[in-house]
Each structure stands twice: as structure tokens, then as C-alpha cells.
Design a protein around this ligand. Sequence first.
Ligand SMILES: [Cu+2]
Length: 115
Amino acid sequence: MTRTPPLSVVALAIALAAGAAAPALADDETQIQITLKDHKFEPAESSVPAGKPIVIELANQDATPAEFESKALRVEKVVAGGGAITVKVRALKPGRYRFFDDYHEATTEGFLVAQ
Ligand SMILES: [Cu+2]
């Protein structure tokens, strides 16, 4: 005698399949580290893969606060002196994207190069 699986088993299978896909998305992110020291970003230019979300870990080694900002990347976030922030950036098309410290825009800039 055959019988169809109860609905709860089907629902569980769908939930497991959906759950299995979630970590793959997180794995898809690219994480990079940038340091701010003497009002300079180091590295001043970072290569990242195009088409993948980017997670930027920014450590501010200066005693003064900075505001990590990029119009091209659509981000703006203050980091305290001696502090650190995490900035998430959407998947990018290939290109060179400028970011800067909004408190020292004339002197403190860097780039993400997506390729
Ligand atoms: Cu700003």
C-alpha cells in the first residue's frame, strides 16, 4: 500500500531546502579590511569581485572620529576615534568606486575596484 507523505513532511522538506540556501548567500559575501590611520585609508585601493555583496571592516586608528562615506556606494557611517565599524555594500558592477572621510574629504579618500 502506498501513501502520500503527510503535508507536514512536505513542509519540513521545503523549510530545510530554504534553510540550506541561506548560508550559501552569506558565503557569497566578500569581506575586506581597511584601516584609517593619519587620515589615510590603507589600503587606499581594494580589489573586490564584481557581482557580490561586500562587507567592509573599517578600523579607525586615529584618535578623531571619521565618517566613512561614498555616494557611489550609497553608504555613510560614522566611526569613533579608535573604533571600528562594519559597512555592507551591495553587489557592484565592474568599476572604480570612490569613498572618503566626510570630515576630511579633501585629503582622505580611497577606492574599491570591482572586477
Ligand atoms: Cu556625510
